[in-house]
Design a protein around this ligand. Structure first.
Ligand code: NAP
Length: 248
């Protein structure tokens, strides 16, 4: 699709990669509606972007947001399914000094699955339902997965959600073909955003050492992948890893 023809929702777009994608899409002439739990940061987005508080893990919120975005933009034909959180922890951990055994908590598990999997799925469901109800096509969905989808120490919850999102990119590409909607995904490696800025220096240095291109990614690197999925009408049902060659 042409970027200028898009009427597109971006979740988790108040900061980080989502805010970058929103700005790029606005500059390209698209209509953009951004939702995020951080409503205080939504105010800082460039003028012209529609914005509203959204918690993707709250089903009623998702339904209301999609209806609002459809109204604001006079239609809907795209989604960048970007909202995500981390609550890292080993599934089981033994303290070397004390011998104490700790476990990943139910709260850590449920929070990540609730936002990164259930929330992302509700967004796809509502956007597609709205497009089908209102007979809008063609359409395109870009799921933001992660390189952690291949498995990563300390991220059982995050890996489960991001792998499911990549797998369902295939499922949904098959289910929505009849509606003229394509579904693709981009799986970033380590990208410079508020999400990764809190990382401790030792872990960060070890990760950078494992990236063959020798640097952390920036939102522009991932935008190139998202733009490709949006524009290439022959791309469907696949996930692109954009990670500098990093193997976790
Ligand atoms: P970010 O800087 O943390 O931005 C994500 C935004 O989404 C934040 O404003 C966040 O608010 C918001 N959000 C969290 N939960 C939400 C919810 N329930 N409903 C709506 N918005 C919510 O993250 P990012 O680094 O740009 O990441 C964007 C996407 O890329 C995420 O899906 C992430 O998992 C994925 N990703 C990132 C990296 C990376 O290295 N940065 C790598 C691979 C994949 P809070 O700050 O309050 O949580």
């Amino acid at each position: 699709m042409k970027l200028s023809d898009l009427k597109i929702i971006i979740t988790g777009g108040a900061q980080g990669m989502g805010a970058y994608f929103a700005t790029k899409l606005l500059e390209a002439g698209a209509q953009v509606a951004v939702g995020d739990v951080k409503d205080e940061l939504l105010a800082q987005l460039p003028a012209g972007i529609h914005r509203r508080k959204l918690d993707v893990s709250n089903e009623a919120d998702v339904v209301a947001f999609v209806a609002w975005a459809n109204e604001q933009m006079g239609g809907l034909n795209g989604l960048v399914n970007n909202a995500g959180i981390l609550r890292d922890g080993l599934l089981v951990k033994k303290d070397r000094a004390t011998g104490a055994v700790t476990k990943l908590t139910t709260e850590q598990w449920n929070a990540v699955i609730g936002v990164n999997l259930t929330g992302a799925t509700w967004m796809v469901r509502e956007v597609v339902a709205k497009m089908v109800e209102t007979e809008q096509k063609p359409g395109v969905i870009v799921n933001i997965s992660s390189i952690a989808r291949h498995g990563n120490r300390g991220q059982s919850n995050y890996t489960a959600a991001k792998a499911a999102l990549a797998a369902n990119t295939v499922t949904w590409s098959k289910e929505f073909a009849a509606f003229g909607i394509r579904v693709g995904a981009v799986a970033p490696g380590m990208i410079e955003t508020p999400m990764t800025q809190g990382m401790n220096q030792k872990a960060r240095d070890a990760l950078v050492a494992a990236i063959p291109v020798g640097r952390v990614g920036v939102p522009e690197d991932i935008w190139l992948g998202v733009k490709f999925v949006l524009e290439c009408d022959y791309f469907n049902g696949r996930t692109i890893d954009v990670d500098g060659g990093l193997s976790m």
